[in-house]
Write a protein that binds this ligand. Structure first.
Ligand SMILES: C[S@@+](CC[C@H](N)C(=O)[O-])C[C@H]1O[C@@H](n2cnc3c(N)ncnc32)[C@H](O)[C@@H]1O
Length: 388
């Protein structure tokens, strides 16, 4: 309403100026159209763009001025090392987990999920959100949070210790932090006969969306995303996924959660460039920073359906599926589950969040008569262990 009034006011003033400058008789219709339509729309776009930048600066400034998270808060939330007496393996893995969640430098999130599943711009690091994987870090190498990282560490260590055969695979790695931890587990246990497959399109933020210069796109998107009709929003989300979001296969039926987050990004385009660091070169660099980029780390670039069938995968002991949509989750399970050894783990990151992910898992389990109980990790993540 406020923006509509501004556009109208600018249109009236611009029209008035054109009439006054040129004199009513000599003004062509073209000039009046420019005054009434193009000038106000351009002004609106420029102002909104400046507002986006101002919001980003504000978040950075607030974060820079914040106090550190108190030591008591870490202790109260149980983020003390429970393994200090257990030796260097546990200590090393504990430090890797802290590093990939970036509890060390406490980066500001681009967004975080408030209660009621409302998104909010992240102005400062928020420990509870980071621990439960309810934020999208601007720097941390993983967005899955401390609890899901700890569960990943526990089950990858367990299959190694118990000798359950097979490689590890993560389907949907983004910046690669969880896969780095999987590789660190092999390193810590001196395990040289297993690999970590890290599968992704490595194109999470397509070039068209990766700079603030996509102003025309964001301006149009903002107008469209403001239309409060659900079917419209769903339709728009589908078009965005097929036109711009090349990192996921086209989604036939995006669930409400995907629609909501897509609309939120469209209304807050300043957050999009903050999701950087997901290209293949970045992910390789992230493994290398931990000294973990070697022949036991295998990056499979492309859609799962294109890369996994020809990959040299024969046996798996841990499958970690973190691919959000119905299509990607179905592909991930269909292409890997029959290779999971008895005693191996299947972890689904988004089961408790994206309803279409949950549908894909439930359908797959029913079709393949999987009866092992689903166990909950936190609000979103689940897993089951294949019967030995
Ligand atoms: C939520 S992110 C993964 C987060 C990551 N596991 C972490 O630790 O932060 C989802 C990722 O899945 C990838 N993805 C989704 N569907 C895919 C598909 N069918 N093929 C390849 N990559 C896919 C996206 O590119 C994106 O990087």
């Amino acid at each position: 309403m406020m923006w509509a009034s501004c556009v109208l006011a600018i249109a009236i003033v611009a029209d008035d100026v054109v009439l006054n400058v040129a004199g009513e008789s000599g003004v062509s219709y073209a000039w009046r159209w420019i005054a009434i339509v193009i000038v106000p729309v351009m002004a609106l776009i420029i102002v909104r763009q400046r507002l986006c930048e101002a919001r980003r600066f504000r978040a950075v400034a607030i974060d820079a001025g914040r106090s550190p998270t108190s030591a008591a808060m870490y202790i109260d939330n149980g983020v003390v090392s429970p393994h200090v007496t257990e030796g260097p393996v546990k200590l090393y893995l504990d430090l890797v987990s802290r590093s990939v969640a970036n509890l060390i430098y406490e980066d500001r999130p681009a967004w975080l999920l408030k209660s009621g599943r409302q998104y909010q711009i992240g102005e400062t690091f928020d420990l509870p959100s980071r621990l439960s994987g309810r934020d999208q870090p601007t720097e941390a190498l993983s967005m899955i949070g401390w609890k899901r990282l700890k569960q990943l560490q526990a089950c990858t260590e367990q299959v190694v210790i118990e000798g359950i055969p097979g490689d590890f695979i993560e389907l949907g790695v983004m910046r690669g932090g969880a896969a780095v931890l999987m590789r660190a587990v092999l390193k810590a246990h001196g395990c040289t006969d297993r690999r970590v497959f890290a599968c992704d399109t490595f194109d999470y933020i397509p070039p068209a969306l990766s700079t603030a210069n996509s102003w025309w796109l964001s301006a149009v998107s903002r107008v469209l995303s403001a239309i409060p009709i659900k079917s419209w929003r769903r339709h728009l989300t589908k078009s965005i996924f097929s036109q711009f979001q090349k990192s996921f296969p086209a989604s036939q039926n995006p669930c409400d959660e995907i629609v909501d987050i897509t609309m939120w990004f469209m209304q807050h385009p300043e957050t999009v460039p903050q999701l950087r660091g997901t290209s293949e070169a970045h992910v390789r660099s992230h493994f290398a920073r931990f000294g973990l980029l070697d022949e036991q780390t295998v990056l499979l670039k492309g859609f799962f359906a294109d890369t996994i069938p020809s990959a040299p995968i024969t046996k798996l002991s841990v499958i970690r599926c973190d691919a959000d949509t119905y299509e990607s989750t179905s592909d991930a399970l269909r292409l890997t589950y029959d290779k999971l050894s008895p005693g191996g783990y299947c972890i689904i990151d988004d089961y408790g969040y994206f309803t279409e992910c949950q549908r894909a898992v439930d359908e797959f389990r029913a079709a393949n008569k999987i009866t092992e109980p689903i166990q909950t990790i936190d609000e979103f993540g689940v897993f089951w262990r294949k019967t030995l």
